[in-house]
Design a protein around this ligand. Structure first.
Ligand code: KG4
Ligand code: ZN
Length: 330
């Protein structure tokens, strides 16, 4: 929950990894049910912490895509219900846009990045370089041809016998390893553009594990070094595609990885802006902030807005090009 300036009044996250861990990945049905079971309590808790009632709010934002449809339907419908009940505007936020705008949260950095800036989104489900040219103005410069980078970490970790989600476990294991002990490929390194590909690297990890000749920590270190080198190379190319960029913003769970971060910091002359981890991974603060940016620019969405499992950033429009629906339209 944010105030009108974007200051955080209260926040809460319910992390579902434990529910999904024994299945080795996200189970859509479990995710949808957890949303149903938890959302009411979380919202009540956040309102209580801020000492506010729903009627005192200026608007309600909820994620409307992209992602697993079950959770999106629960969250968007819950948000619409709150908005409808209190006669407030509703904003259905694209969660990729929310990642893109997080760096603009007041007080997060000494200076919010000016447009245009580069966003590198590196999570379990997404892996893309985006030119952020204004509110609602995004150009995807590159994306992954196969796995997302977090997915690659999770698959490599699984091959090494680590629990899911494996990114952080792999980083810990890699800390004791010697990256030079195993030779792994660096897919796409030096290629024009800033697309990614990780399936070849994953196969190479599988082969290295199968050989039984290498220590797991060395494989982990080599894998992490390869990923960091590739990500840095892609960021360099993204900067060449947007030479006027003012900053490189990183978001998504993989931004937690210190090797990846260090490599990104050295990749370009741009300041590397990495929001604190709780705001890098999926969270409601960033969704509220994207909603506030749009609400302040005069946008709200109709109650008929349908959540979208697929919703590329390029399809978004600036608020003045989006129809405004008065909250009393139901
Ligand atoms: O953004 P996120 O929390 O969720 C979504 O995917 O939307 O990202 C989760 C991903 C997982 O693949 C996880 O293994 C990875 O981020 N991750 C890491 C680290 N911490 C989380 N990968 C590498 N190093 C880490 N320290
Ligand atoms: Zn996300």
């Amino acid at each position: 929950m944010l105030d009108g300036e974007g200051r955080i009044l209260a926040e809460a996250v319910f992390t579902q990894s434990e529910e999904h861990a024994r299945f080795g990945g996200v189970v859509p049905e479990i995710a949808a049910r957890a949303h149903l079971q938890r959302l009411g309590g979380l919202v009540r808790g956040v309102l209580a912490e801020a000492g506010l009632g729903v009627g005192e709010l200026g608007g309600i934002a909820a994620t409307a895509g992209p992602g697993l449809i079950g959770g999106l339907v629960v969250g968007a419908t819950f948000g619409k219900g709150l908005a409808m009940g209190a006669g407030l505007p509703f904003i259905g936020v694209n969660h990729l846009e929310a990642h893109a705008l997080t760096a603009r949260l007041p007080g997060l950095f000494p200076q919010a990045p000016a447009y245009p800036y580069l966003l590198l989104l590196v999570s379990g489900g997404h892996c893309q370089c985006v030119a952020v040219e204004g509110l609602g103005r995004y150009r995807r410069l590159g994306t992954t041809l196969d796995d997302a980078v977090g997915e690659a970490f999770d698959k490599a970790a699984k091959l090494l016998g680590l629990p899911w989600p494996g990114g952080a476990h792999l980083e810990r294991l890699a800390a004791t390893g010697d990256a030079s002990a195993v030779k792994l490929p660096r897919p796409m390194l030096g290629r024009p553009g800033c697309d990614f590909s990780f399936s070849g690297l994953k196969t190479a990890v599988a082969q290295a594990v199968a050989k039984g000749l290498y220590r797991p920590q060395d494989i982990a270190a080599a894998f992490q070094t390869s990923v960091a080198a590739v990500v840095a190379d892609r960021a360099r190319h993204a900067h060449a595609m947007l030479p006027g960029a003012t900053a490189l913003v990183v978001a998504g769970g993989v931004a937690a990885n210190q090797t990846v971060r260090a490599s990104l910091a050295a990749a370009t002359p741009l300041p590397l802006l990495a929001p604190p981890l709780r705001l890098c991974t999926d969270n409601a603060v960033m969704v509220a902030w994207a909603g506030l940016e749009r609400l302040r620019a005069g946008q709200s969405d109709p109650m008929a807005l349908a959540p979208r499992p697929r919703w590329p950033l390029d399809e978004l429009r600036p608020p003045d090009e989006v129809a405004v629906t008065p909250p009393s339209s139901h």
